[in-house]
Design a protein around this ligand. Structure first.
Ligand code: IMP
Ligand code: MG
Length: 172
C-alpha cells in the first residue's frame, strides 16, 4: 500500500472551486462561453465548477491521455475523441484536472484553435509547475504546487483513486 499524504481536503477544494467560479462568472459575463473538459480527469472538477457559475455556459469534452499507467508523462498525447460543439466565434475555456508539463494543453490549443474560436483560455484545478518545459500557462488555477504525484478529485494513478473527494500526494 502506497503512502498518501493529504494535500487538500474536500472543504479546501470546495472553497477553491467557488473562488474560480466567481472569477470566471465575472470575466465571461455576457459572453458566449463553451467549457471544454478534458477527460477523464476533469469530470469531477467540471461538474463542481459549473454548478457554482452564475452565468450560462455550454459544455463539451475532449478525451486525451498522455500518461498510460505510470507517473511520468509519455510525452505523446492521444486524443481519442474531439469536440462536437461548434466553437467558431465563441469563447472557449479548457477545463483540466492538472497542468503538468503542458504538453496536453499545447496539443489541445492547436486542435481547438483550428475551429477559429473568439478566444481560448485554460482553467486547471492544479497547476504543477516544476516540469513545465513549454510556454503554456493556466489562466485560472485552483491551487499551485511545485511537484509531486497527486491523486483524488479526478486524478488517478493507473486509473485508481479518481473517486476520492480529497487530494493526496502519493509518496514512494
Ligand atoms: P501534461 O501534458 O504533462 O501537462 O499532463 C497533463 C495530464 O497528465 C493531466 O491531465 C493528468 O491526466 C496527468 N497528470 C499530470 N500530473 C498528474 C498527477 O500528479 N496525478 C495524476 N495525473 C497527473
Ligand atoms: Mg487529465
Amino acid at each position: 500500500m502506497r503512502d498518501f499524504s493529504p494535500l487538500l481536503t474536500a472543504q479546501d477544494i470546495e472553497d477553491k472551486v467557488a473562488a474560480l467560479a466567481e472569477r470566471i462568472s465575472t470575466d465571461y459575463k455576457d459572453k458566449d462561453l463553451v467549457l471544454v473538459g478534458v477527460l477523464k480527469g476533469a469530470f469531477i472538477f467540471l461538474a463542481d465548477l459549473v454548478r457554482k457559475l452564475t452565468i450560462p455556459v455550454t459544455i463539451d469534452f475532449v478525451w486525451c491521455s498522455s500518461y498510460g499507467q505510470g507517473e511520468a508523462s509519455s510525452g505523446n498525447v492521444d486524443r481519442i475523441a474531439g469536440i462536437r460543439t461548434d466553437i467558431a466565434g465563441k469563447h472557449v475555456l479548457i477545463v483540466e484536472d492538472i497542468l503538468d508539463t503542458g504538453i496536453t494543453i499545447r496539443e489541445l490549443l492547436v486542435y481547438l484553435e483550428s475551429f477559429t474560436p473568439e478566444s481560448i483560455k485554460v482553467c486547471a484545478f492544479i497547476d504543477k509547475y516544476e516540469r513545465r518545459g513549454i510556454d503554456v500557462k493556466a489562466d485560472y488555477a485552483g491551487h499551485r504546487v511545485e511537484k509531486g504525484f497527486l491523486v483524488g478529485y479526478g486524478l488517478d494513478y493507473a486509473e485508481k483513486y479518481r473517486h476520492l473527494p480529497a487530494i493526496y500526494e502519493l509518496k514512494t
